[in-house]
Design a protein around this ligand. Structure first.
Ligand SMILES: [Zn+2]
Length: 271
């Protein structure tokens, strides 16, 4: 599943090249998770102002309105001059005078949604509940610790829920908790302020490193310029059950939290 780093890498791969482009055509393929909610032909002639990211959404700002793109479970974007016929899994094209932006999404959990503005009901429905951006300025200790203090669920569940801090997926949550020395099952409201600061720093480090390395959790992930992405983070705990901890040698443990696998070191993450 594309996680925040993959979405950010995708954004970086085409944001500059599509800026100022004029929309020349729109093709809507098979139904995606949500409908566009707008007459595609009305987008023609509009200018692309830029591309921002909020959580795992890409916001393509137009001179009138914006398009919210989500990659779902298996989506990827391509932007380029090539205008080959769409394949079976290409479900949305935004053609411009600077290139074609194409969504490929075999499982079709992704979507492209039009919103008149970022504060319109269509946009708020998708973006309104999102927590703070982990790579943004607002992700400070005060806000983070405050958010944790009001949650009684396990810290890992709270990270995954995205309502305190957005876009920390399973791998990144497991790795950040390891770096901070926090057991994934610890209740969020019991994370002390100093430990919250360690965790905050670890989340930023893990995500920033993944973005830097063109991060991907998907083997077939490719950013929008066709460059192959790759998951190069050397995982300390994720998917390493039964293997020795790289720090202390204890065997990494596995447990299920919610529907997701959690990995941790029983010694480095005592509580
Ligand atoms: Zn350890």
């Amino acid at each position: 599943m594309p996680e925040l780093p993959e979405v950010e890498v995708t954004r970086l791969s085409f944001a500059d090249r599509i800026a100022q482009a004029r929309v020349t055509g729109v093709r809507v393929g098979k139904a995606l998770r949500w409908p566009l909610g707008y007459e595609p032909q009305l987008l023609i002639g509009r200018r692309v102002l830029g591309v921002r990211r909020r959580g795992k959404y890409l916001l393509v700002d137009l001179d009138q309105g914006l398009l919210l793109w989500h990659l779902g479970m298996s989506g990827s974007l391509r932007f380029g001059d090539e205008r080959s016929a769409p394949t079976a899994h290409d479900h949305f094209d935004l053609d411009t005078d600077q290139g074609l932006l194409r969504l490929n999404d075999p499982r079709r959990f992704g979507a492209v949604v039009y919103a008149a503005s970022e504060t319109s009901p269509q946009a708020l429905k998708l973006l309104g509940h999102l927590g703070v951006e982990p790579l943004g300025r607002d992700f400070d200790l005060k806000a983070f610790h405050h958010g944790l203090k009001h949650r009684r669920s396990a810290i890992k569940q709270v990270l995954l829920s995205g309502d305190v801090v957005v876009g920390v997926g399973n791998i990144y949550a497991s790795e950040a908790l390891f770096l901070a020395g926090i057991r994934p099952t610890l209740r969020a409201d019991r994370v002390s302020r100093p430990r919250a600061e360690k965790l905050r720093t670890a989340i930023v480090d893990v995500l920033a490193r993944a973005v830097q390395q063109g991060g991907s959790t998907l083997r077939d992930f490719s950013s929008a310029d066709g460059q192959q992405g790759y998951f190069q983070l050397e995982a300390n705990v994720y998917d390493r059950a039964g293997q020795p901890c790289r720090v202390c040698g204890a065997l990494i443990r596995w447990l299920r939290q919610g529907q997701r696998s959690t990995y941790y070191c029983p010694t480095c993450q005592k509580a």
